[in-house]
Every structure is written in C-alpha cells, then in structure tokens.
Design a protein around this ligand. Structure first.
Ligand SMILES: Cc1cc2nc3c(=O)[nH]c(=O)nc-3n(C[C@H](O)[C@H](O)[C@H](O)COP(=O)(O)OP(=O)(O)OC[C@H]3O[C@@H](n4cnc5c(N)ncnc54)[C@H](O)[C@@H]3O)c2cc1C
Length: 541
C-alpha cells in the first residue's frame, strides 16, 4: 500500500512538525497534512523571544527550521485539508482533500483559530476595518487610529507591533487588567502610543465602506464613549479575544471539554484508540510553542510504540522514506539551495515539476522597473530548473497591471492564471501549485466539486489581492487557481497589493486576502474550494 503510513499528523504547526521529526528520526513513516501554511499560527508573529535556545527569531524562521529538520529525517508533507477520520480497526483512514491516507496512528495537532467577540457590526465590517491578524493587516492602518479588543498575550504583544503603523493604539479590555504575563502587559502599558481602557466592552462598530464609528461602554460606570475620527477618516479594530480549538474533525470520536478542547492523558492519548492530540488543540494550562513541541515529542514516542505493535500484529510495514541525512544525492536538496531558491523551495519545485503532465510557458509582461527585472530573474531561474517551463516575452498591453507573469500553454493559449508582482513570500507555494494545476493532473478534487465547477456559467473573473506576508492568502489563491484550471471561462489573477495601491483604493481594501468577482463583488477572508464555489454561485444567482 503506497498510501500506508505508521502515523498521519494532522496540522503542520510546531506540535505536528515536532512529532514528525521524532517519528521520522525513529524511522517510522510519517506524513504531516497541512491545509493552509506549514508553521501554524506562530508564523503570523514576527518576533519570538521566549523559545529557549533561540534568543530572537520570527515565527516563520523558527518553524521553517522545524520543518527542514523533520524533512531531513525523512518526514513527508502534504498540503491538503483533512476532512474526516475513520478510526475503526487496526488500520485507520484519513480522508483529505487530496485523497485517502491509511495509518496505524493519528496525531491531531490542528491548533486553534481566532474567536469572534460578537459585537454589532463585527462580521459585517470584517475586512473593512475589523481585523484579526496584525502582521497581515496592520499596514492598512498606517497613520490611523487603531483599537485592540482583548487583554491576553496576543492583544498586548500585537498592540506594540501595531504602533509601527498606527497613530495611536487603544486597548479595550473587558476585565480589570491584562491576563497575560506581566512583562508583555508592561511593554504595552508603558508604550507612548498605547492607551489602555479596562472594564470596557465594545458594543458596536458602524460605517459605510469603512469603519466610521465605534461605541464602547465602561462596565463599572456605565459610561458610553462614541469614537468617530475627524475629517471622515476611517480607523481599525483588531480583535484578539482568544482562540477556538479546531476539533470539528473529532467531535463524535473523542471527548472534549466544554470549550471544545480535546481531553488527553499524560501521554497525549485521547479517549479514542489510535488517536493522539498535541499542542493548542488540547486541554492545557499554557498554549505556547514550547509546550506544543513538548506535547508533539511525547505523543510521537507513544505513537512509535503503537506503530511497532501494529506492524507486528498486522504484518504490514509502511515503507519509510530514506532520510536526506543518509541519501547520497541529498546535497542539492538540503544545503542552502542555489540562486533565488532555498533548498526547501528547490525540493518543492522538483516534486511539482516531476509531476507536471504537460509543459507550460511563463509569459512575461514587463516595464522598465526594478520589479519587472526581479520578476524576469525569478521566472528565468525557475525555468532553468526544468524542461517543463519556458519563459517568453509578451507585450505590456496584455496585462492590466505590470509586471505580470501569465501562465500559458505551449500553443500560446492563456490558462487563465496570472500573477502580478513577484510570487515570493507566502505566495511561492501557491504559485507553484498553480503551475501544477494548470499543467495537470493538478491537485485532487472530489467529484462533486468538479461537477460544480463544470456547471459554472462563465465567464467568471476572479481577482485575488494579497500580501506576501499574509498566511491566510494562499488557501484562497490555490482554490481560485484550481477552479480556473478546471474551467476554460474562469480566470484567477493574483495581485501583490503592495505594488498596486490603485487596486487598494478602487476596492477599498483594508484586509487581505481580498477577492473581487467580475470586478464588482468584493469579499474578504480565506476560503477553500467549496466556499469559493458557493460564493460564485450566490453571486451569479
Ligand atoms: C499573534 C500570536 C503570537 C504568538 N506569540 C507567541 C510567542 O511569542 N511565543 C510562543 O511560544 N507562542 C506564541 N503564540 C502561541 C503559539 O503560536 C501557539 O501556541 C502554537 O503555534 C501552537 O502550535 P500547534 O502546533 O498546537 O498549533 P497551530 O500553530 O495552530 O497549528 C495548527 C495547524 O493545523 C492546521 N490545520 C487545522 N485543521 C486542519 C485540517 N483539518 N487539515 C489540515 N491541517 C489543519 C492549521 O492550518 C495550522 O497550520 C502566539 C500566537 C499568536 C496567535
């Protein structure tokens, strides 16, 4: 069985990556399935200073190293969403958006996602002034007033980060004080651009195309404050009100507490046989990287025992990948890489190029700017790695914004996919997946979704406005590209908003990802294929 693993890890955050490292090093076959972005929540923070042994790093750098470490021992990685689990019997089944995996043990390391507070206008103005990620959206509030809702670690830390952009940051805390460590609270409290209001609850936000008014109440005095910036300006409200665990997958399979966190024993075993859990998804007193990696290591050593027993019982032995550390041809993949691409990126590219069913042409529409030169260099270096890609010059008139790379077939026909800017940062992986989807066979999609795509009445023009530092953008980009690759009348064009301020103004963007359907309907937030299809369906009536 090619798809038989000792362990399937669900979630590529610190807990999942650590478990993969331990299991792979012990020579068990392990795959980490991640639906969004390897690295997990910590990738949205640019400063990590409390991980022992590393005095100062970013969330992305820390988890990139974790991933490379796991990969060097032979762990496998799959970008897909786990949709359901079957736990009966010795061999379990993990259903994903890219097919089915079999295994002896499963580790749930799915973490948590931001919680909505529930004040009036919160959902309506999401992406129009109400935000949940300072790294992704902070820059949209440059020179403006910003309110932060919450009193925990993220609220304190991210308020300080937001002072880089905002004129003034006001933290609105429902309780008497911050609930996080004193040091984080002090850093916020003592900052000259930060004001802290305790015993304060947001009641309502309102506005038109952006936020214009905020109303909040002092819970002790009952005093109501209404804030409206002068001269018709807008402002931002960042919500950091805790997290909800991602436990929908196991809701009928294992026990959870009232808040939905998974119950485990001291060895991270859940109440279901063969199912372990690690990291923020578990009931625990401290949710940090250092405890997530501890859980991951502990769960992995227990899962090693389970896998060994199951191999013995069933006679089945999953074929473990050969670790790069002992592979004779490992040097090009694991060393620093060449040119613009790191070792990790090169190995992603080689995997995708190896699977592309047909060649593609990267057609460049450029002008005389440094960004155009950068795009050319990037595409030429990528094409030099494979005979499946060639670069050709198009005319600047072919694109509405320059620079642009249009993904075409060898006969010159446009596949409907294009990127405006240079697809680096978090957009690298989605660009590469776009090539795979355009060349075929592409990422697996279920038959119902395929039928729904084919039934779309075109033309449908999807513009996705992204920022390269946004961790939520790639899911929407990949979904839009997958649909466009499947339907000749659907196009998916991606724009790095940093370079196209006119688009920011035209669609009044204050959050990424921003999706514009047929130049009229604008929406915000990440979406998978089925959510995107539902939205297109609604808008086409
Ligand atoms: C703004 C912010 C700042 C922080 N700063 C710090 C700090 O300085 N120091 C510190 O120690 N901690 C910090 N934390 C906390 C830290 O990020 C978490 O404790 C840690 O990331 C938990 O790791 P995890 O692996 O359990 O889960 P996560 O990091 O949440 O990873 C879970 C992963 O599972 C994936 N997933 C979920 N469902 C599925 C599915 N169905 N299929 C496939 N994949 C799925 C998700 O996409 C995600 O990538 C911070 C958190 C935030 C939000």
């Amino acid at each position: 069985m090619d798809n038989l693993y000792d362990v399937v890890v669900i979630g590529g955050g610190p807990a999942g990556l650590t478990a993969a490292l331990y299991l792979a090093r012990a020579r068990y076959r392990v795959v980490v399935v991640e639906k969004d972005h390897f690295g997990g929540q910590i990738t949205i923070t640019s400063e990590v200073v409390n991980y022992p042994g590393v005095s100062h790093t970013s969330g992305t750098a820390l988890t990139d190293t974790m991933r490379q470490q796991a990969e060097s021992f032979g762990a496998e990685f799959l970008l897909a969403e786990v949709t359901s689990l079957e736990l009966e019997g010795d061999v379990k089944t993990v259903h994903t958006s890219r097919g089915e995996l079999k295994c002896f043990g499963i580790l749930l390391a799915t973490g948590a996602h931001p919680r909505q507070v529930g004040f009036r206008g919160e959902s309506e103005f999401r992406g129009r002034g109400v935000a949940y990620c300072a790294t992704c959206d902070g820059e949209f509030f440059t020179g403006k007033d910003v309110f932060v809702v919450g009193g925990g670690f993220a609220a304190a830390e991210e308020s300080v980060f937001l002072t880089k952009y905002a004129r003034q940051v006001t933290i609105l805390i429902r309780g008497d004080d911050f609930t996080c460590a004193q040091s984080a609270a002090d850093a916020a409290r003592s900052h000259e651009k930060i004001t802290v209001c305790t015993n304060t609850q947001v009641e309502e936000v309102s506005g038109d195309t952006a936020l214009r008014k905020l109303r909040y109440r002092n819970l002790k005095t009952g005093e109501v404050t209404e804030f409206s910036p002068e001269n018709g300006e807008s402002f931002g409200v960042f919500v950091f009100a805790g997290y909800e665990p991602e436990t929908a997958l196991i809701q009928d399979l294992a026990q959870r507490n009232e808040q939905g966190y998974v119950l485990t024993d001291r060895n991270q075993k859940t109440t279901a046989d063969g199912l372990y859990a690690a990291g923020d998804v578990c009931v625990k007193p401290l949710r940090q990287v250092v405890t997530a990696v501890g859980d991951g290591a502990l769960a992995a050593t227990e899962l090693e025992r389970l896998a060994a027993a199951m191999q013995h019982k069933t006679g089945l032995h999953p074929k473990a990948a050969v670790p790069q550390a002992v592979r004779s041809d490992s040097a090009p993949e694991t060393s620093g890489g060449e040119g613009l691409f790191s070792g990790d990126m090169l190995s992603q590219l080689q995997t995708v190029f190896g699977r592309m069913a047909s060649p593609l042409v990267l057609r460049l529409c450029l002008d005389d700017t440094d960004l155009s030169r950068e795009l050319r260099q990037y595409m030429e270096q990528m094409a030099a790695l494979t005979d499946k890609l060639t670069v050709e010059d198009g005319s600047p008139q072919e694109a509405d914004h320059l620079p642009c790379v249009r993904i075409c077939r060898p006969d010159g026909q446009w596949t409907g996919l294009a990127f405006h800017g240079v697809p680096g940062g978090h957009e690298f992986t989605s660009f590469v997946l776009g090539l795979y989807n355009a060349a075929g066979p592409g990422q697996t999609i279920d038959e119902a979704a395929r039928a729904e795509i084919q039934a779309l009445r075109g033309p449908v023009d999807l513009k996705i406005l992204v920022s390269l530092s946004c961790t939520m953008c790639p899911e929407l980009v990949t979904a839009a590209q997958r649909i466009a690759a499947e339907h000749p009348q659907v196009t998916a064009q991606v724009y790095d908003l940093n370079h196209f301020p006119d688009l920011r103004d035209r669609y009044r963007v204050m959050s990424v990802p921003c999706l514009v359907v047929n130049d009229t309907e604008v929406s915000f937030g990440k979406k998978n294929i089925s959510q995107l299809l539902a939205l297109i369906g609604e808008q086409k009536g």
